[in-house]
Design a protein around this ligand. Structure first.
Ligand SMILES: [Zn+2]
Length: 318
């Protein structure tokens, strides 16, 4: 019998507690402040059940690493096909077969459905089967940023978790700047710097407010601890901007090098990527990738963030 819908809340602690008490549910809908946050949360849940150490998840043992790389033998990942952009019945049949099979390592077996809102309705109906009769020691995670799109019968058979983990990092979304990245003029370089600068500022001041509130509430943490946390947050938030720029260029290069769309981060923006890829040589793109990679170190110096970003953007104008 699956539990009725209940909100586990935002807490990782809630998940850990039920795991250690041996009361993990068989199926969860995992949402997040962003899809990425939800996916990260789902991976941590897998690490929790597969980790080989005592202090789980250690995130360092071979099982934890395999989960991170999506290569764990007892964890199946499903995601929408690149052509149909949907998860079809055959995918779910594979999932059910794997879940009903004995696990390779003799313990848990898990399946993660990424973008579960893109399950075809027939595939969703099929999935109900395993929700109604879940195999023992099995875990099914439906990761989505659009829970509403799931069938009510699916929703009612899963526990819901919402991840606010790393919210500071996930709040930062610079995708709206990709239209002018790489920039083609000084004006665009400037605009790009402004967009990134104001997103950074926004996210960082939100964190500052949250931390001030914690201080005012006189939570046991000392001022030093909170300040250290803020400064490490700041670094992570900046790095997240750099990571997104790197991923965008990665995609440009991939689109340039062939028709494969398999490993694209921004599969929904293939046309735009292709337009950019046509403007540059592969060498140009590689050089830009290197410049953005170097950004991380340069941001750790005492130079103002804006200046560091703008300099590297200006360098990209061809
Ligand atoms: Zn581990």
């Amino acid at each position: 019998m699956m539990p009725i819908t209940e909100n586990v809340g935002d807490s990782w602690q809630g998940i850990e507690k039920s795991f250690h008490a041996g009361k993990m549910a068989h199926a969860y809908i995992v949402e997040g402040s962003s899809f990425q946050a939800a996916e990260t949360f789902a991976r941590r849940m897998l690490q929790l059940i597969f980790c080989q150490r005592d202090d789980v998840p250690c995130q360092a043992c071979s099982s934890c690493i395999a989960v991170d790389e999506g290569k764990h033998v007892d964890a199946l990942f499903l995601e929408p096909g690149s052509k149909s952009r949907q998860i079809v019945v055959a995918d779910v049949e594979e999932l059910i077969a794997r879940m009903n099979h004995t696990s390779f390592q003799g313990g848990w077996k898990a399946a993660v459905v990424l973008h579960a809102d893109r399950l075809q309705q027939s595939a969703e109906n099929k999935l109900l089967k395993i929700l109604e009769e879940p195999p023992s020691q099995s875990l099914l995670l439906l990761v989505t940023d659009n829970k509403q799109a799931l069938l009510p019968t699916i929703k009612s058979r899963c526990l819901h978790v919402f991840s606010k983990e790393n919210a500071s990092r996930d709040l930062l979304d610079i995708r709206n700047a990709f239209g002018i990245f790489p920039p083609t003029s000084g004006q665009e370089a400037e605009m790009l710097t402004q967009i990134i600068g104001s997103s950074l500022f926004e996210v960082i001041s939100l964190r500052e407010e949250a931390i001030k509130a914690e201080l005012e509430a006189e939570i046991e943490l000392s001022k030093e601890v909170l300040e250290a946390r803020l400064s490490s947050d700041r670094k992570l938030i900046r790095e997240s901007a750099v990571t997104q720029l790197l991923r965008w260029l990665h995609d440009v290069l991939l689109v340039k090098s062939g028709p494969t769309q398999k490993d694209l981060y921004f599969i929904d923006r293939v046309d735009q990527l292709r337009g950019i890829a046509n403007r540059y040589s592969a060498d140009d793109i590689l050089m830009m990738l290197r410049d953005i990679e170097n950004l991380k170190q340069r941001l750790d110096t005492n130079l103002p963030e804006q200046l560091v970003f703008e300099n590297v953007f200006r360098k990209m104008i061809r």
